[in-house]
Design a protein around this ligand. Structure first.
Ligand SMILES: NC(=O)c1ccc[n+]([C@@H]2O[C@H](COP(=O)([O-])OP(=O)(O)OC[C@H]3O[C@@H](n4cnc5c(N)ncnc54)[C@H](OP(=O)(O)O)[C@@H]3O)[C@@H](O)[C@H]2O)c1
Length: 342
């Protein structure tokens, strides 16, 4: 049995890790740390755990979080996660860590500094983290003890575009349209997540300047692509979901059937990536660790689609998938449930 702790206990990352771990036969969450809720029952905040999990929040102290556990899930905002991880690893250098934030995703410290100015670069520590997108970097994840769990937009874009990069078909301009639900902003209410505002909000934000762009380019270039990415995220009234539509230049004039065959071959055998016969639907994957993808081609563009649940394949589910790999378990343990509709 893997004994694990979670920090950032009141947030959505923690709540999804707890929800998914309930059905995981080999993962036991024994500690949930919180800055402000120490002593309170975990189920008083994550109410779906009432009479399911009998645990109280503990203080968020990096000197104590690692005691007696094999793994720590760090579900803190960027800027808070890095220093916490550094302190934790100074005391427990061999403990497994899965960091959900952006603090260790970018390999180059300078790129990190330019994207996350409030977060220290930790250049030596950063080099010890593997980028945890199992479908692209499974062997590195298996060999590592420290995982930088990908961003939700990055996961959606990478699963949509990696098959093209690997075939040498991604060397030019790519326009990516990402759409997200309100839970992508975390549990703290804000003007753009407050229900009366969000329920009718459909708007672009941070056009061409989202922090996930260097993360997407870094992974695609490691897969053989040289894309020039223009990324525009959009807020939608959904709660869960990241929907990606990526318009890549059709450099070699491939047809729709050929493009689809490339994706089918690439993801054959991948438990969590399903290649569909038509555009995916974010509602269908909500609550699940599945990424549904599809691709088609016009004369000028290869257009790739993906739909994920940002809180599951885009965060906590992928973190558990990575944990399974770190401990040599079946990758799908705790993650078998499909989404639901309605
Ligand atoms: N939401 C998503 O869709 C998503 C997807 C992929 C990755 N991520 C990343 O995963 C991480 C967790 O996301 P989330 O959605 O769980 O965020 P969240 O709901 O805002 O939760 C983060 C938790 O961290 C703690 N915290 C907040 N500010 C802090 C600070 N300054 N110092 C120390 N602790 C602080 C709080 O818990 P306590 O007060 O209880 O300690 C808070 O509830 C973030 O880095 C986020 O960017 C999120």
């Amino acid at each position: 049995m893997i004994r694990a702790a979670i920090v950032g206990g009141s947030g959505y990352g923690a709540s999804e890790l707890l929800r998914l771990s309930v059905t995981h036969p080999e993962l036991s969450i024994v500690r949930v740390a919180s800055r402000k809720l120490a002593g309170k029952p975990v189920a008083s905040v994550h109410r779906f755990l009432y009479q399911v999990l009998d645990l109280a929040f503990e203080p968020a102290d990096p000197r104590k979080t690692g005691d007696g556990v094999d793994l720590v899930f760090v579900a803190l905002p960027h800027g808070a996660a890095g220093p916490f991880v550094a302190e934790l690893l100074a005391i427990h250098p061999d403990i497994r860590v899965i960091d959900l934030s952006g603090d260790f995703r970018l390999a180059d410290p300078e790129t990190h500094r330019s994207c996350y100015d409030e977060s220290p670069a930790f250049p030596e520590l950063r080099a010890t983290f593997a980028y945890g997108l199992p479908e692209l970097f499974r062997d590195e994840v298996k060999k590592s003890r420290r995982i930088a769990n990908p961003g939700c937009f990055a996961t959606g874009s990478l699963l949509a575009l990696a098959p093209l990069a690997e075939r040498g078909l991604l060397n030019g301009p790519v326009a990516v349209d990402g759409k997200t639900g309100s839970s992508g902003s975390g549990a703290e209410p804000g003007p753009k997540t407050h229900h009366p505002e969000r329920t009718s909000l459909l708007a672009a934000y941070s056009p061409l300047s989202h922090r996930h762009v260097p993360e997407i380019e870094q992974a695609l270039s490691r897969k053989g692509g040289r894309p020039r990415l223009s990324f525009v995220p959009h807020s939608t009234p959904l709660v869960r979901g990241v929907y990606t539509t990526a318009y890549a230049t059709n450099e070699k004039g491939i047809g729709a059937a050929e493009a689809l065959e490339i994706y089918r071959a690439r993801y054959a055998g991948e438990r969590f990536v399903r290649v569909l016969d038509g555009p995916p639907d974010a509602g269908v994957v909500a609550g699940s660790n599945f990424a549904d993808v599809w691709v088609t081609a016009s004369r000028d563009h290869v257009i790739a689609f993906s739909a994920i649940d940002n809180l599951v394949k885009g965060m906590a589910g992928q973190a558990i998938q990575n944990a399974n790999l770190l401990f040599g378990l079946d990758e799908s343990l705790g993650l078998a449930a499909p989404g639901s509709r309605p």
